[in-house]
Ligand binder design. Structure first.
Ligand code: URA
Length: 226
């Protein structure tokens, strides 16, 4: 058992964590899920949830004790992160999480992009575009994907990252809504992957929409619903 005297930042973080379902979060998620919410209200509520997700995901960045002197000449032992962060968006929806990462993380930061789509004929997820920074193997990678439905795109993304030298246990999937099935598939396939989500929904529809879900995330965030 861990000593109760250890600072909280040294204790082990859960590999899969769901944000605390407090009223502020549930109220935002209610707005996000409501079919009557306008696109502007949707994106505004999403941004607030994503800030909380990013803050939680940053708990997986390693840190060390760091002692400073305060203006009244007293020492204070806090923490200092020891690795940089790379945000990798699965396009298009994942890109909506980039600004929250820029605003929240103060250390070394880079971004990568992956465009992954399902091949209509084979049904297999395929990479159409990939641009990753050369320094990515040394970073903690926040894989930005708001919706985890079947897990196909996330599996392809994690495979691409590991093929580019990123250790599996340096990847944190940042996700607004997971389906239980997607969560099981992805966490079973990659035992080192960390996952931070705001909600887990039990069902998938025949068209692979998460249910109750929130509809098409990208269309609502970018205002491209017909
Ligand atoms: N992507 C979405 O935008 N919504 C879903 O429900 C599933 C995947």
């Amino acid at each position: 058992m861990e000593s109760p005297n250890l600072p909280s930042w040294t204790t082990k973080k859960d590999r899969i964590s769901v944000l605390e379902q407090d009223r502020a979060l549930l109220s935002l998620m209610t707005t996000i899920r409501d079919v009557n919410t306008s696109d502007r209200e949707f994106s505004s509520a999403v941004e607030k949830v994503v800030r909380r997700l990013i803050t939680s995901a940053l708990n997986h960045v390693p840190a060390e004790e760091y002692t400073i002197t305060t203006p009244i000449n007293t020492t204070y032992t806090g923490v200092r992160f020891t690795k940089g962060v790379c945000g990798v968006s699965i396009l298009r929806a994942g890109a909506c999480m980039e600004q929250a990462l820029r605003d929240t993380w103060t250390g070394p930061l880079s971004f990568g992009k992956l465009l992954i789509q399902r091949d209509e004929e084979t049904g297999i997820a395929k990479i159409y575009y990939s641009k990753l920074p050369a320094s990515i193997p040394n970073d903690i990678v926040l894989l930005l994907e708001p919706m985890l439905a079947t897990g196909g795109s996330v599996i392809k993304a994690v495979e691409t990252l590991t093929a580019n030298g990123v250790p599996e246990d340096s990847i944190v999937l940042v996700n607004v809504v997971s389906s239980q099935k997607g969560l099981d598939v992805v966490s079973g396939r990659f035992p080192g992957l960390k996952i931070v989500a705001a909600a887990v929904d039990m069902e998938l529809t025949a068209q692979n929409y998460i249910s109750p879900g929130l509809g098409d995330f990208g269309d609502r965030y970018y205002g491209t619903c017909s």
